[in-house]
Design a protein around this ligand. Structure first.
Ligand code: PMP
Length: 444
C-alpha cells in the first residue's frame, strides 16, 4: 500500500476518536481520510481522487459539493439557526413536509421529522404501536421484522433487525418480535437481473405467525423493500404484494424502511413506487438531504394520521420527538436537495442508466471468486466466495485494494455493494467495474 494513501496531517491525533462500525485498531494504524469531495469523487489528503462507488454511505445521490445545497444551508444558518421543535415552527419544515409528501406515493401525506434512519425506524414502530392503542386494539404489540434486515442501531430497529453481530451484546432487546425468513436462495436466485423470480411464497410466513400468535396481537411488519446493508437483496417478484395483502387481511400495518431505497436509487422516487406497493408508514433519511445535514423522516398514511388527530385523548397527539426534529438547516438542505433531484430529473436518469449498469455488473460473471451478481436501478452487489475459515476477509481485501486504486466501494462480509451517485457518467461506471474486475484477479 502506498504511504501517501494513508497520509495523515501532522497535527492530527487519532486515538481520541472511537469510530462507528469500524475496526478502530486497524484503522488507526492505516487510516483512510478524505478532505474534500466534488461530483462523483472524494479527494484524499495527497490530492488523489477517489471515485465514490457508494454515494458516501448510500446518501449522496445528487453527487458531492452541490452548490445549490451548500448555498441553501449557508443562507439558512445566517437567517435562522435553530427553532424549538416543540410547540413552535418555522416555514422550512412545513415546506419540506409538503414537498416530500408530494413526491411520495399517493396516500402517504403526513411527515414526522427525525435526524437519522435509526430514529426514523424507532419512530415508525412507536407510531404503529400507538395507532393500535388509539383504535382500542392495545393487544397489538408484536412486531415483525426479517432475518438479515438492517433497520439501524436503536433498540427498536435492532429488535426487528436480523444481523446477529449488531444485536448480540445488547441483551434481550424488545419482547414480542418475530422475524420472517430472508428471501435469498443461492441456487434459485443467483445472477438474477433485477428482482429474482423465486421466493414470493416466503411472505406466507406471516400467515404462520398469525396462526401462532393471533392476528390481534401483531402491530406491524417492517421490511426494507430492497435489503441494503445485508448485501443488496431484491424482493422476489410478487413478494411485497403478498406481504401487503396479508397485512391488509389481518389489520397489520406495513412499514417500508426506505432509508437506502428512497430518492431514486432504484430508478423511481421510492421503492414503493418502483414496485407498485404502498406501505402504511415509510421511513427515509440519507438521500433526503443528499447526506449534507443529518435528517430522517417518517411518512404516514392518511388513515394512520387521522387516527391520531381524531382519537388522541390528550392535546399532544404523540409524546415523541427530538430537539432537532425539523432542524432549519436540515430542512433547507432537504428542500434544495429535492429541488436538484427534480430539476435534473435524477430519478429518471437512474432508470435510464440502469440497463447499462446491469450489463456492467453482470459482465463480472465468471471472474475469480464471484458467486453472485445482483442489481436494480443504480444499485448492485458482487458476492464473493468466502475464503475458507475466514469469512469477510476476501471482501475486505477487495475493498482495500479498490481504495488503493482510487475507487470506494462498500463491503459487508464478502458482498461488495455498489451504489454510485445518480449523476454518474457511463465512463465512471466502466472505471468502477473495471477496477473491481482487476482487483478480483489480484486477490487470493
Ligand atoms: N434503515 C436502513 C434500511 C438503513 O440502510 C440504515 C442505514 N444504512 C438505517 C436504517 C439507519 O440509518 P442511520 O445510520 O442514519 O441511523
Amino acid at each position: 500500500m502506498s504511504d501517501a494513501y494513508h497520509a495523515v496531517p501532522a497535527e492530527l491525533r487519532l486515538d481520541a476518536l472511537w469510530k462507528p462500525f469500524t475496526a478502530n485498531r486497524q484503522f488507526r494504524a492505516a487510516p483512510r481520510l478524505v478532505v474534500g469531495a466534488e461530483g462523483v469523487h472524494y479527494r484524499a489528503a495527497d490530492g488523489r481522487r477517489i471515485l465514490d462507488g457508494c454515494s458516501g454511505l448510500w446518501c449522496v445521490n445528487a453527487g458531492h459539493g452541490r452548490r445549490e445545497i451548500v448555498e441553501a444551508i449557508q443562507a439558512q444558518a445566517a437567517r435562522l439557526d435553530y427553532a424549538p421543535a416543540f410547540q413552535m415552527g418555522h416555514p422550512g419544515e412545513f415546506r419540506l413536509a409538503e414537498r416530500l409528501a408530494a413526491m411520495a406515493p399517493p396516500g402517504l401525506d403526513h411527515v414526522f421529522f427525525v435526524n437519522s434512519g435509526s430514529e426514523a425506524v424507532d419512530t415508525a414502530l412507536k407510531i404503529a404501536l400507538a395507532y393500535h392503542q388509539l383504535r382500542g386494539e392495545g393487544t397489538r404489540t408484536r412486531l415483525v421484522g426479517r432475518e438479515r434486515a438492517y433497520h439501524g442501531v436503536n433498540f427498536g430497529g435492532l429488535s426487528v433487525g436480523g444481523i446477529g453481530a449488531n444485536r448480540r451484546l445488547f441483551g434481550p432487546l424488545l419482547p414480542g418480535v418475530d422475524h420472517l425468513p430472508h428471501t435469498h436462495h443461492p441456487e434459485h436466485n443467483a445472477f438474477s437481473r433485477g428482482q429474482p423470480a423465486w421466493g414470493a411464497h416466503l411472505a406466507d410466513a406471516l400467515e404462520d405467525l398469525v396462526a401462532l400468535h393471533g392476528a390481534g396481537t401483531i402491530a406491524a411488519v417492517i421490511v426494507e423493500p430492497m435489503m441494503g446493508s445485508a448485501g443488496v437483496y431484491l424482493p422476489p417478484v410478487g413478494y411485497l404484494e403478498r406481504l401487503r395483502a396479508l397485512c391488509d387481511r389481518h389489520g397489520i400495518l406495513l412499514i417500508f424502511d426506505e432509508v437506502i431505497t428512497g430518492f431514486g436509487r432504484l430508478g423511481a422516487a421510492f421503492a414503493a413506487e418502483r414496485f407498485g406497493v404502498v406501505p402504511d408508514l415509510m421511513t427515509v433519511a440519507k438521500g433526503l438531504t443528499n447526506g449534507a445535514v443529518p435528517m430522517g423522516a417518517v411518512l404516514v398514511s392518511e388513515a394512520v394520521h387521522r387516527t391520531f388527530m381524531e382519537a388522541a385523548a390528550t392535546p399532544i397527539e404523540l409524546f415523541h420527538g427530538y430537539t432537532y426534529s425539523g432542524h432549519p438547516l436540515a430542512c433547507a438542505a432537504g428542500l434544495a436537495t429535492l429541488g436538484v433531484y427534480e430539476d435534473e430529473g435524477l430519478f429518471a436518469r437512474a432508470a435510464e442508466l440502469a440497463p447499462a449498469w446491469e450489463d456492467a455488473i453482470h459482465a463480472l460473471r465468471g471472474r475469480r471468486h464471484v458467486t453472485d451478481l445482483r442489481n436494480l436501478g443504480l444499485v448492485g452487489a458482487v458476492e464473493l466466495e468466502p475464503r475458507p475459515g475466514a469469512p469477510g476477509a476476501r471482501g475486505f481485501e477487495a475493498f482495500l485494494r479498490c481504495f488503493e486504486r482510487g475507487v470506494l466501494v462498500r463491503v459487508t462480509g464478502d458482498v461488495i455493494a455498489l451504489a454510485p451517485p445518480l449523476v454518474i457518467e457511463r465512463a465512471h461506471i466502466d472505471e468502477l467495474l473495471g477496477v473491481l474486475a482487476e482487483v478480483l484477479e489480484t486477490i487470493d
